[in-house]
Ligand binder design. Structure first.
Ligand SMILES: [Ca+2]
Ligand SMILES: [Ca+2]
Ligand SMILES: [Ca+2]
Length: 491
């Protein structure tokens, strides 16, 4: 194709991106048929199919009928497409079907799509010298116009299974679309799968509030929006990229989504309970259909994959009335969403969901003050038609206390302290232990002397002239616990 023609075509049919023909099987090229009126059209589907074009040892079959008409197989492997009377190709309707090529034994040797496209101004289209468009595509005189080399995924807006709101990411927000479109039906996809790849699909009759077509919600392509489409969200869950930015959450809305840490104290390895609330008992929110949110937390202090959400006590509905999912992602993010399925919003206030997670168990080495901070990062609350209710979102913070007592290890000659009783000098000897520090503690629990122990330092002397006479505990800290010996200072 020459550059001149490329430019002209792009200008004329600006929604078409011209790249290679997409092949489903082997050696059969898709056919793109321009449909001007809804008169029947004859399609020579093998015309651009290379060696099959003139082969006498093959036949064709139509495993997937078109959506807006009927396809009949005629002699000489011609296909007749008869649009439904209500099929409105003048308004840009696109229909599709598939055909397969069979050998003499009935085995499928190739498959391809036939696209039937309306909505193109044929006077302009006739200006295109279609014969020049690509090397092998002929146009029969008087027959339907045939365009080749159009990326149908651009024309049809392909479906990526799981990305129900068609924003390029698969996440908790896609569940809201499933709830809004629950049990709606449309054309199933031909050769659909839930693999994360572009899939050709005919538009449904409905669009979502953001303008994306309902076909995107049908993750598994079976022509109905239901529970199995939640499965394709789970299967292809990626990272987060939708919802609101942080700034949007600090607004003036009187409707508040709030997060509450329920534990009174937090320490390492603890299971932490939280609640997410929307409104309150005296602050009822009307017509709520679904909620999606992400929570950001200090990375590294919550165990991976320990976040679990439950919607058992949600005022949004009983368990069987709700769809919900959650995911703890890399980088200190957990996100979740819940949506009703009955197309009616509900009114209430209080608990939306509970959640729990487990603190890391390696916080023991930390001694500095540390807080568990949970902040909403993105929040979307919707009504039953998918339109948004603006909310203010507030997180929660609580101090983490490193309360767990270190283990006292049995001293199997790891630590020797002598003389004992001692007067002014203590000799310390360590055997087979890697000590980090020592401390001398009096009978009231006060640390009277302490210092780090260097790596590989296995004996040292201490001057104890400044210590009062009495009983003390000499303690050595190792990676696995404390080794200690009771000592007496006399004068
Ligand atoms: Ca073909
Ligand atoms: Ca999405
Ligand atoms: Ca489905």
């Amino acid at each position: 194709m020459n550059q001149y023609f490329f430019t002209k075509l792009v200008g004329l049919l600006s929604l078409f991106i011209v790249i290679g023909v997409q092949l489903m099987g082997q050696d059969a090229a898709n056919d793109i048929i321009l449909v001007e009126t809804n008169e029947p059209v004859m399609i020579e589907v093998l015309a651009n199919d290379g060696t099959y074009c003139n082969s006498t040892n093959i036949s064709i079959d139509i495993p997937n009928q078109p959506v807006f008409g009927v396809a009949n197989l005629l002699e000489d492997n011609m296909v007749e497409y008869i649009p439904n009377t209500e099929a409105n190709f003048e308004d840009g309707l696109v229909d599709m079907m598939s055909y397969c090529i069979l050998d003499t034994e009935g085995n499928i040797v190739a498959t391809a799509y036939v696209f039937l496209m309306g909505g193109i101004d044929m006077e302009d289209a006739n200006d295109i010298d279609i014969e020049d468009m690509s090397d092998a595509d002929e146009v029969d005189e008087g027959g339907p116009d045939v365009l080749q080399d159009i990326d149908m995924c651009e024309v049809l807006t392909c479906v990526w299974p799981g990305d129900a709101n068609h924003d390029g990411a698969v996440n908790a927000w896609d569940l809201l679309s499933v709830g809004v479109g629950y049990e709606m039906q449309g054309p199933p996809r031909i050769d659909s799968s839930t693999e994360w790849e572009a899939q050709l699909a005919i538009d449904w009759n409905y669009n979502q509030t953001d303008g994306s077509n309902y076909k995107h919600i049908d993750g598994d392509g079976n022509g109905i929006i239901n529970m199995t489409d939640v499965t394709s969200i789970r299967q292809n869950y990626t990272s987060t990229s939708s919802g609101k930015t942080e700034d949007d959450l600090e607004n003036e809305s009187e409707i508040e989504l709030s997060l509450h840490i329920l534990n009174e104290t937090i320490s390492e390895s603890d299971t932490i309970q939280i609640q997410v609330q929307l409104g309150g008992e005296s602050d009822l929110i009307e017509d709520v259909y679904g909620v999606a949110f992400s929570i950001r937390y200090n990375e590294g202090i919550i165990q991976s994959n320990s976040f679990q959400f439950d919607y058992d006590n949600s005022w949004l509905g009983d368990n069987e009335e709700l769809l919900w999912i959650y995911k703890q992602l890399e980088g200190g993010i957990a996100e979740s969403s819940v949506v009703r399925m009955d197309h009616f919003g509900t009114t209430g206030g209080g608990i939306i969901c509970g959640a729990n997670f487990i603190m890391e168990d390696v916080l023991a080495g930390k001694t500095e003050d540390y807080s568990l901070a949970l902040e909403f990062e993105k929040v979307t609350v919707i009504k039953n038609d998918g339109s948004e209710i603006i909310v203010k979102a507030t997180g929660d913070t609580q101090e983490v206390i490193y309360a767990s007592a270190p283990t006292i290890l049995e001293n199997k000659n790891y630590l020797s302290v002598y003389p004992n009783p001692a007067i002014s000098i203590l000799n310390i000897e360590l055997d087979r232990v890697e000590a980090k520090k020592y401390e001398i503690v009096d009978t009231k629990g006060q640390i009277v002397l302490n210092a780090p122990i260097k790596k590989n330092e296995d004996s040292f002397r201490l001057n104890i002239n400044d210590l009062y006479t009495g009983v003390y505990m000499f303690r050595v800290f190792t990676a696995t616990g404390i080794i200690q010996e009771r000592i007496v200072i006399v004068r």
